[in-house]
Design a protein around this ligand. Structure first.
Ligand code: PMP
Length: 401
């Protein structure tokens, strides 16, 4: 059978890393995959995580299975991060959390549940969105539509078009929103715009899925869930797919969570049972060391304070890199937008969409060993002080023709 099988194309983001690794040029820069890098160009293990992981391994008495939904305490701690320490919906038992293999695992389980329970639903994704969203929902058998999101003229939110296109969603459809630090654009709604989006979606009676992969990378742990909490106020139910990959730097350990919010505690239990069945049929139950490590950090006041400090330092570095990149482009005479490069510091999180045409992206890679995703997305957190002048110079050169 495999002899007649047509090969699938390489993944647009992880496939690029494979090409990057095989590139012998020492000056190469990978701005593709979304991982944080420090001033030395390394993706470090956080000190809080290293300490917690040692504790977890030392205390481990057994390698027996975890429950289908993972460590229960991580669920409690995740809900507190998402909804706040004194959340009414948590107190009322309206939320259920399963620990999943990363945010991707959460999205796939959510997609399976939606397909099983609401087979007629279409999934509305932002235009543009993370390259893997389409594939995940397609693999679960769900048809997709797009809603307006990025205004290419300003590199800001297309709020003149977004509400109208969301209104095309039918009751019972699914709308995926990025909780903060939108990937790939870096463009987030303001609190005022979030309030309008929440009210509109409530009236539309759609199921909202919030993809939250960067809590703490934008303006802070609490500030980054302002939109999510407004949605919870306005909507009786929603799904949250959160990831600890970035804010704990535990990318390869695969730690995420799927949280279902339901109108009542009974409905939450029903959703929980269905989600657990989806998980059992998919990967059965999650791995232990990564989730238990995150749980150990969040549950210990000292480690948690240390983590918040380390997260704050990553957030600060990303903001500084955004400024340095914007300044570097200005200095190299590159204008990514008719209105200049100011959008780069207005955006949040790791990414910005440069608007570079495909040919320029190819020339950056071939002539300058600068690796950018085909869509023109740049991981600003993959830059460093030394590489910025060279990257900006390379961009000037490929744009000059
Ligand atoms: N959603 C978005 C928007 C992301 O950017 C990512 C990570 N690139 C994920 C989900 C999945 O993250 P994880 O690595 O935890 O699966």
């Amino acid at each position: 059978m495999f002899e007649t099988l047509e090969a699938a194309p390489p993944d647009p983001i992880l496939g690029l890393t494979q090409t990057f690794l095989a590139d012998p040029r020492p000056e190469k820069v990978n701005l593709g995959v979304g991982v944080f890098k420090d001033a030395q160009g390394k993706t470090p293990v956080l000190d809080s995580v290293r300490t917690a992981q040692r504790r977890v391994i030392d205390a481990e008495q057994s390698k027996s299975y975890l429950p289908i939904d993972g460590p229960a305490e991580l669920g409690v701690l995740t809900r507190a991060l998402l909804f706040g320490q004194d959340s009414d919906l948590v107190r009322d038992g309206r939320a259920f959390t399963a620990c999943t293999p990363g945010g991707t695992g959460a999205l796939r389980v959510a997609a399976d549940l939606i397909h099983e329970a609401y087979p007629g639903a279409s999934v509305w994704l932002s235009d543009p969105t993370w390259a893997n969203h389409g594939g995940i929902f397609q693999a679960a058998g769900l048809p997709q539509r797009q809603y307006a999101y990025l205004d290419h003229k300003t590199n800001g939110l297309a709020f003149d078009r977004m509400p109208a296109s969301l209104l095309q969603a039918k009751p019972g459809d699914v709308v995926v929103l990025h909780g903060c630090c939108h990937n790939p654009t870096g463009v987030d709604p303001t609190p005022d715009q979030w309030a309008q989006i929440a009210a509109m979606l409530a009236e539309r009676r759609v199921l909202v899925v919030v993809d939250l992969a960067y809590q703490g990378f934008g303006d802070g742990l609490e500030a980054d869930v302002v939109g999510l909490r407004m949605l919870c106020e306005a909507l009786p139910e929603l799904l949250v797919c959160s990831s600890y990959s970035k804010n704990f730097g535990v990318y390869r350990d695969r730690v995420g969570a799927l949280t279902a919010v339901a109108p009542t505690a009974e409905a939450a239990q029903a959703a929980a049972s269905r989600l657990k069945r989806c998980i059992r049929r998919n990967y059965s139950n999650p791995a232990a060391v990564g989730p238990l490590t995150v749980e150990a950090v969040l549950g210990d006041p000292e480690l948690r304070a240390q983590w918040e400090h380390e997260l704050g330092a990553m957030r600060k570095r990303i903001a500084e890199l955004r400024q340095a990149f914007q300044d570097g482009l200005d200095a190299a005479g590159v204008r990514l937008n008719e209105q200049g490069n100011g959008f780069i510091t207005q955006q949040r999180g790791m990414f910005t969409l440069t608007g570079l045409p495909k040919t320029a992206v190819e020339r950056l890679r071939e002539e300058h060993a600068v690796y950018v995703v085909g869509s023109g997305r740049i991981n600003v957190a993959g830059l460093c002080e030394q590489s910025i002048p060279r990257v900006c110079g390379a961009m000037a050169s490929v744009l000059a023709g």
